[in-house]
Design a protein around this ligand. Structure first.
Ligand SMILES: [Zn+2]
Length: 377
């Protein structure tokens, strides 16, 4: 990134933090017990193990060395500013991370293109190196649809409330600022759960170790699906001919579900299990949920990879990240864009751009600069 681009981003980010400080500070409770960390926009280095006494401490910090990324610990510590093994863990929020990147098998779409940093050639598909000059290629990830991640988040919410019985008041959903959603659960007994309990929750959600032989509770989601399959009301598409024949003959038989299950051979059983896991399992990142010492992106902070905000979501159904998470100032600025597909931010379409100058609102310019496809000249 050119120095001129960095100065522009720093100014824009600082302005955002200055204007929104009170809204941001409200989002994290017991801030004095959290470890604060950030990646400096200036140096690109991560600075960890910061403790702040108050919200104004936090904002002095942010406005002095503007972060490209800002984090807080999921955990509450007695001494948040000490080294890891001397912090003394008191409790931790339960956090779930749903990322479009992991949901491509459920239909999420992520586009990539490749830029040569030497001769600036653009490629739509991956290759070893630039065909024109042999230069190294940089992969740029391009999102245009986060609906699959949204649906997965809705499914997770229903399970947390209906099956785990968590109080909806303790659950907050955020757009992550990039490819998905974060779900924070705090308060009550949740905070005091140990790693083992968190691991069990993660396994349950992902259906790790799911065995249909033991799936016998009629009110369970997985059992209902299993029943539909074995009664021929739901079709599994990826069976070969032999397996499909075998399953058809089992479906036809006048047996109850348990007896039908007994007739499945190992291969067919595994295929049905993996189908159920794919459709009923929730694609969370298990590390985020089980690692109590993990750093979490600070709510309402700027994601330095997009310039989008990790935004609190009040109504998931109507939430549109390309509108609702775009909160950087809109003052126009001239930039040079190497390459960019068309993007729609706050309801207006920009681009496509190819090796051209453009006068763009601050948040559009910031997005393109953060993506590494534009510079302030
Ligand atoms: Zn090249």
């Amino acid at each position: 990134m050119k120095e001129s681009s960095k100065i522009f981003l720093k100014q824009l980010f600082k302005e955002y933090y200055y204007i929104n400080s009170s809204r941001i500070a409200k989002e994290v409770n017991r801030i004095s017990q959290r470890e604060i960390a950030y990646i400096s926009l200036e140096t690109g280095k991560i600075i960890r193990h910061i403790g702040v006494k108050s919200k104004s401490d936090l904002f002095n910090l942010i406005l002095t060395d503007v972060p490209a990324h800002l984090y807080h610990s999921a955990a509450y510590y007695l001494f948040p500013d000490r080294e890891m093994d001397k912090k003394v863990l008191l409790a931790a929020d339960l956090v779930f991370d749903i990322d479009a990147d992991k949901l491509t098998y459920k239909g999420a779409k992520i586009d990539y293109f490749y830029l040569c940093d030497e001769c600036h050639e653009v490629y739509k598909s991956k290759r070893e190196k630039c065909e024109k000059c042999g230069g190294k290629l940089r992969e740029i990830e391009w999102l245009n649809d986060l609906n699959v991640a949204k649906k997965e988040t809705m499914k997770l919410m229903r399970i947390l409330i209906d099956e785990f019985g968590f109080d909806p008041k303790g659950i907050t959903v955020y757009f992550s600022g990039n490819r998905g959603y974060h779900i924070h659960v705090s308060g009550g007994d949740v905070e005091n759960m140990d790693v083992r309990a968190r691991l069990e929750i993660a396994d349950y959600l992902k259906l790790i170790g799911y065995d249909l032989v033991y799936d016998r509770y009629p009110e369970r989601r997985t059992f209902k699906r299993l029943k539909r399959i074995l009664e021929g009301r739901e079709i599994i598409s990826d069976l070969n001919e032999g397996e499909a024949d075998k399953l058809r003959s089992i479906i036809k038989g006048d047996l109850d579900i348990q007896d039908k299950v007994k007739m499945l051979n190992t291969r067919l059983k595994e295929k049905i299990e993996s189908y159920i896991r794919r459709n009923e399992g929730i694609e969370i990142d298990p590390v985020v949920t089980t690692d109590m010492h993990r750093l979490i992106r600070f709510p309402e902070s700027i994601h330095g990879g997009t310039g989008f905000i990790k935004r609190k979501v009040d109504d998931l159904t109507s939430f549109n990240p390309f509108n609702d998470a775009i909160l950087l100032p809109g003052r126009k600025i001239d930039v040079y864009v190497e390459y960019s597909p068309a993007i729609t931010l706050r309801g207006e379409e920009y681009g496509p751009f190819f090796r051209e100058r453009a006068r763009l609102p601050g948040y559009v310019a910031a997005f393109l600069i953060c993506k590494g496809v534009a510079e302030v000249e």
